[in-house]
Design a protein around this ligand. Structure first.
Ligand code: ATP
Length: 329
C-alpha cells in the first residue's frame, strides 16, 4: 500500500484531481489518499494558502499529487509553488512533452528545468524611482545537480541526447558556469551525446523541428518559457504533466494553472494531471500501471469523440475520464 497526499487546489483543481484519482484507482494499485485542502478558499478560512496540516502530510508521506493553487495577485503572498520548491528542496522540474493522439507529430522530449535559483531566486531591488535590478543566481552545485538528474534519466530511459539550453554568449559568467557544470557531468556519460543550444535559437528549432529533441536541461527562466512553448506544440496545457522532485520529496502536478475561466463547468481536460499521476506511479515503482495509464490516455485522446473543448471537442471531464478508464480495461 502506498500513501499519497492529494491536494485538489483551486479552480479546476478539484475536478481534474477527482478524475485522476478515479483513473489511478482503476489501475488496481493500492493507494491510500490523504486529502489536504489548500488554496485561495483556505486563505479565507484559515488565513494561510497552505495550512500547516498539508505541510505535515507532505513531510510524513513524501509524495503528493497536487492541483493548481492560485496566488492572489498583489496580496503579498509568495507563490505556493515557489514556496514548496524551496521548502522541500524540489530542485528538478521535469516536464515530459509528447505528442498524444496525433497532435504535434513525433514530439517526445523531456525538459529538466532547474527549480531553485536563476532570476527566480527573488533577489530584486528597486534602486530608484526609475531603476530596478534583479540578481541572477547560478551556482555550480545546483547546475551540476540538475545536469546529473537529466543525464541519469537519459541513461535509464535509453535516450540518446541531452541538450543544454543557455545564453552564455551574452551572460558569460552565469550561463558560462551553468555550461561548465553541464560539460563536467556530460563527461561521465560518454554514451550520451551532449549538445549546447542558445535559447533563442532553441525556440526557433523547437517550433521548426520539435521531433529532433530528446532530453533538454536548462536554467529556471528558460525552462519555464520553453516548457509552455513545448506544451503548445502538442495540444496545449491540458495535456502536459509535470513533476517537482528533490532528494526526499516529490510533488506531481499539471503544468496548467487553476483556469478560472472554465472552473466549475465540468469541462476541464483531466489528461495533464492524469499523466502527472502516471509519473507519480513510476516514482512509486508501479511502472506497469503508469504505462497502462499513458496508453489509455493516448487512445482516449486519439479517439476524439470524448475530447474536451480545449482539444476542439464537445466532451467533458467525466466523459474523458470514463473513456480513459474504459481504455485501460
Ligand atoms: P494561473 O495564474 O493559475 O497559472 P492562468 O490563467 O495564467 O492561471 P491557466 O489557468 O493555466 O493559466 O489557464 C490558461 C488557459 O488554458 C485558460 O484559458 C484555461 O482555460 C486553459 N486551460 C488550462 N488548463 C486547462 C485544462 N486542464 N483543460 C482545459 N483548459 C485548460
Amino acid at each position: 500500500m502506498h500513501t499519497v497526499v492529494m491536494i485538489p487546489g483551486d479552480g479546476i483543481g478539484p475536478e481534474v484531481s477527482r478524475a485522476a484519482r478515479r483513473i489511478v484507482d482503476a489501475t488496481g494499485v493500492p493507494i491510500e489518499w490523504v486529502v489536504e485542502e489548500a488554496g485561495a478558499h483556505m486563505l479565507e478560512r484559515t488565513g494561510a494558502l497552505v495550512p500547516e496540516s498539508a505541510y505535515r502530510a507532505i513531510e510524513t508521506h513524501r509524495v503528493a499529487l497536487k492541483g493548481p493553487i492560485t496566488t492572489p495577485i498583489g496580496s503579498g503572498f509568495k507563490s505556493v509553488n515557489v514556496s514548496l520548491r524551496q521548502k522541500y528542496g524540489l530542485y528538478a522540474n521535469i516536464r515530459p512533452v509528447r505528442s498524444i493522439g496525433g497532435r504535434g507529430a513525433g514530439v517526445d522530449l523531456v525538459i529538466f528545468r532547474e527549480n531553485t535559483e536563476d532570476l527566480y531566486a527573488g533577489r530584486e531591488i528597486r534602486v530608484s524611482d526609475d531603476e530596478a535590478h534583479a540578481v541572477k543566481v547560478i551556482t555550480r552545485g545546483a547546475s551540476e545537480r540538475i545536469a546529473a538528474a537529466a543525464f541519469a534519466y537519459a541513461e535509464a530511459a535509453g535516450r540518446k541526447t541531452v541538450t543544454a539550453v543557455h545564453k552564455a554568449n551574452i551572460m558569460k559568467l552565469t550561463d558560462g558556469l551553468f555550461l561548465e557544470a553541464f560539460r563536467k557531468v556530460a563527461a561521465s556519460y560518454p554514451g550520451i551525446r551532449a549538445q549546447e543550444v542558445i535559447v533563442d535559437n532553441m525556440c526557433m528549432q523547437l517550433v521548426m523541428r520539435p521531433a529532433a529533441f530528446d532530453v533538454i536541461v536548462t536554467e529556471n527562466l528558460y525552462g519555464d518559457i520553453l516548457s509552455d512553448l513545448a506544451a503548445g506544440l502538442v495540444g496545449g496545457l491540458g495535456l502536459v504533466p509535470g513533476a517537482n522532485v528533490g532528494e526526499r520529496y516529490a510533488v506531481f502536478e499539471a503544468v496548467h494553472g487553476s483556469a478560472p475561466d472554465i472552473a466549475g463547468k465540468g469541462i476541464a481536460n483531466p489528461v495533464a494531471i492524469t499523466l502527472s499521476a502516471a509519473m507519480m506511479l513510476d516514482h512509486l515503482g508501479e511502472r506497469a500501471a503508469a504505462e497502462a495509464v499513458r496508453k489509455a490516455v493516448e487512445s482516449a485522446v486519439a479517439d476524439g469523440s470524448v475530447a474536451t473543448p480545449d482539444l476542439g471537442g464537445s466532451g467533458d471531464t467525466e466523459g474523458m475520464t470514463d473513456a480513459i478508464i474504459a481504455a485501460m480495461r
